[in-house]
Design a binder for this molecule. Structure first.
Ligand code: FES
Length: 416
């Protein structure tokens, strides 16, 4: 398509003609209200934006983790895929923040007469948001959240039917959702979970995983007895890194164990999709194993990682910046605020501390929800999960969750 420029005055004249036509059309239009838009109504039902959930049940999921059941105040939960996440809008003390958690309940549980979703939070050390959920959130409270988000789910058009999940700690939650959905007969894939924990008495969602495994085994009992299947559709292999009494697999989720349980030992390569969710150190080790095994990026999917709390773990972070504080000028529309910002914390954390709302989801630099503009100053952008587009990099846009001040800054953030 080509656009012909007629000359400044003619073009301006054209715009005024269009404005005149528009005014005439508005004046001659019917005064009757617009008819309902069923497509819009369906879109709103599927993606209602923020909604309120009542916390209806809190149960332990291990000695260090708890499952929070949430029921929608308006009675409706938008459809989601096992592996997606929910994003909470929280006010904790003086801070206003958003925090995402993978859903540990299955999609089928969000339908029917008493729909609900669940999240499972682990708190093995004291941390801001987990502390809030463990110490302040109680049954009957109402929380504001939006869902669903994320691409970390099984998609039959894209993924192999044989899925090997590699999980560590609370990274098990998306796979708990998948396992439950498979066990209920609502998802058709074979799921082998290699789950690394420290000790067998602190396995997150251990009972739910065992129940899903049992249900699948019982459903396939006939095929297994006839030798047409070697097991159920869900198989869980627990691996303990520090449990001398554990009689199963010990150590870490290594290449040897991955090959052993994915049928890839002895050079065989069954078509498999590997899905990882867990801490950064484990991600690095698993990525190396994937490379050594010749797994293509298409077959290795991983959940976005939050930036590590300790900046020393970020490759290239200038350690002489640790402990410094800069002045951060924040522009939102016509409003301007000046707040302190530590060099060893992401810009998003400085905003949250000052109760300046910024939308964050992955908190790892990948999703772009916290995309902001750097007007003056220097920042360090973490190379871990830098998901900025090339044009954004060139035009001075950055992701506030994964960028650290290296000087006084002026930034422009989206108004939410
Ligand atoms: S929250 Fe996803 S890029 Fe910042």
């Amino acid at each position: 398509m080509s656009i012909r420029v007629k000359g400044f005055l003619k073009d301006v004249g054209g715009a005024s003609r269009v404005t005149k036509m528009r005014r005439e059309m508005i004046q001659s239009a019917s005064a009757a209200p617009q008819p309902g838009d069923p497509i819009r109504a369906l879109a709103d039902a599927l993606h209602p934006g923020k909604q309120e959930f009542t916390v209806t049940k809190i149960t332990p999921a291990s000695p260090t983790s708890r499952t929070f059941r949430l029921e929608p105040v308006n009675g409706h939960i938008p459809p989601f895929q096992a592996g997606q996440y929910i994003n909470f809008y929280l006010t904790i003390g003086q801070s206003t923040l958003t925090r995402a958690y993978s859903l540990s309940s299955a999609p089928y549980e969000a339908q029917g007469d008493k729909p609900f979703v669940e999240i499972t939070i682990r708190r093995n050390v004291s941390y801001f948001v987990p502390d809030y959920f463990f110490e302040q959130v109680k049954e009957g409270d109402v929380l504001t959240a939006a869902m669903p988000f994320g691409q970390f789910y099984y998609e039959p058009l894209r993924d192999a039917k044989n899925v090997v999940a590699l999980a560590g700690g609370s990274g098990i939650t998306p796979f708990v959702s998948m396992a439950k959905e498979i066990a209920a007969g609502c998802l058709d894939c074979d799921l082998t979970i290699l789950y690394g924990s420290v000790k067998s008495d602190d396995i997150v969602c251990g009972e739910q995983l065992a129940a899903a495994e049992r249900a699948c085994f019982e459903r396939n009992a006939g095929l297994i007895a006839a030798g047409r299947k070697s097991g159920g559709q869900v198989r869980v292999i627990h691996i303990m890194s520090d449990d001398p009494d554990w009689t199963g697999e010990k150590g870490f989720v290594t290449r040897e164990l991955i090959e052993k349980y994915s049928g890839a030992a002895g050079g065989e390569k069954p078509d498999t999709t590997y899905m990882f969710c867990g801490p950064l150190a484990m991600f690095r080790a698993v990525s190396r194993s994937m490379e050594e095994m010749g797994i293509t990026p298409r077959r290795f999917r991983h959940d976005v990682m939050a930036q590590p709390g300790n900046v020393k773990q970020i490759p290239g972070f200038p350690e002489d910046q640790i402990g410094k504080t800069y002045q951060l000028t924040v522009v939102r529309g016509i409003q301007k605020d000046v707040i302190p910002a530590r060099a060893d914390e992401p810009v998003a954390v400085a905003l949250e501390r000052a109760a300046i709302a910024i939308d964050t989801h992955c908190r790892g630099g990948e999703c772009g929800f916290c995309r902001s503009q750097l007007l003056t100053g220097d920042i360090f952008v973490s190379p871990l999960g830098d998901g900025r587009r090339r044009e954004d990099k060139e035009m001075g846009w950055f992701h506030a969750c994964s960028s650290y001040p290296l000087s006084d800054l002026t930034v422009k953030i989206p108004i939410i």
